[in-house]
Design a protein around this ligand. Structure first.
Ligand code: ADP
Ligand code: ADP
Length: 239
């Protein structure tokens, strides 16, 4: 069962030096419940691919068929509804978490914006539940992200992404800013969540060792193109 099909995806940027082919005809499919690792060196187009799939940036051309529907053809309102099903987890939760908001306000935000849970008390119950799911102690509910360490901040980012019960999560270097011991904790959490909730992941990283046990398939990007895609065992069996 295919959840995502990316066809001829292109994203060009106008830069002072001319047109930059950041993503240049990327094609792949992803099965439901699986993890696709996208690896490659910095600047090869991984983030731009991930963001184009969610249409956080407008692709130049191509098709992104998610659950049978072309994401690129959606209007603003349809896109808002679609965002319930597709979420992004950022590299640096510190940069993406509003420093003026408490943990509970951050996690509750998508629920509020999407008008999914309008009753404030019911919303708090859901926030508490999400905190428990990602292993954040209840006592942290009124703290601010800058008071917490990187691992806990990433747990907030994950809780916020899970709030809408998404089907697909694009994880853009989700552990790259973390200490190695914390990386393992977050990766284990993400794997547990995948099993519990049947999530599908796109896992973007410059660090092959991070996805090596996690991803079912690994796609290698180079200069805006996906130059190889193979089951991860196969890629690691190579001499
Ligand atoms: P990666 O995630 O693999 O590090 P990116 O997708 O972030 O690569 O970037 C791919 C290329 O596109 C890089 O050369 C980057 O500088 C460029 N780029 C990314 N976003 C923009 C933008 N908004 N405007 C211009 N160039 C961009
Ligand atoms: P990240 O990949 O974690 O978002 P970046 O530094 O690559 O971090 O990008 C930060 C923001 O700047 C993104 O919105 C990206 O699209 C944009 N960006 C990246 N490279 C360029 C560039 N060469 N020119 C303009 N904007 C860029």
């Amino acid at each position: 069962d295919t959840i995502l099909e990316v066809k001829h995806l292109k994203k060009y940027f106008n830069t002072p030096k001319g047109l930059l082919h950041a993503v240049d005809d990327v094609n792949f499919t992803l099965e439901r419940g699986k993890t696709l690792g996208i690896v490659g060196e910095s600047g090869c187009g991984k983030s731009t691919t991930g963001r184009s799939i969610l249409r956080l940036i407008e692709p130049t051309s191509g098709e992104v068929i998610f659950d049978g529907e072309d994401v690129c053809k959606k209007n603003k309102n349809e896109l808002r509804l679609l965002r319930r099903d597709m979420q992004l987890i950022f590299q640096d939760p510190y940069a993406s978490l509003d420093p003026r908001k408490t943990v509970s306000e951050i996690i509750a935000e998508p629920l509020k914006l999407q008008k999914l849970i309008t009753d404030p008390k019911a919303r708090m119950d859901r926030v508490r539940e999400l905190m428990q799911v990602v292993g954040l102690a209840d006592r942290l509910i009124n703290t601010y992200p800058h008071e917490l360490d990187g691992g806990r901040r990433q747990r907030i980012g994950i809780a916020r992404a899970l709030a809408m019960k998404p089907k697909l999560i694009v994880c853009d270097e989700p552990v790259s800013a973390l200490d190695v011991s914390i990386q393992a904790q977050i990766l284990n959490l993400m794997q547990d969540l995948q099993e519990q909730m049947g999530l599908t992941y796109i896992f973007i990283t410059h660090d092959l060792s991070v996805v090596n046990h996690f991803a079912d398939d690994i796609a290698v990007m180079y200069l805006g193109q996906l130059i190889e895609k193979a089951p991860s065992e196969q890629l690691f069996d190579k001499p």
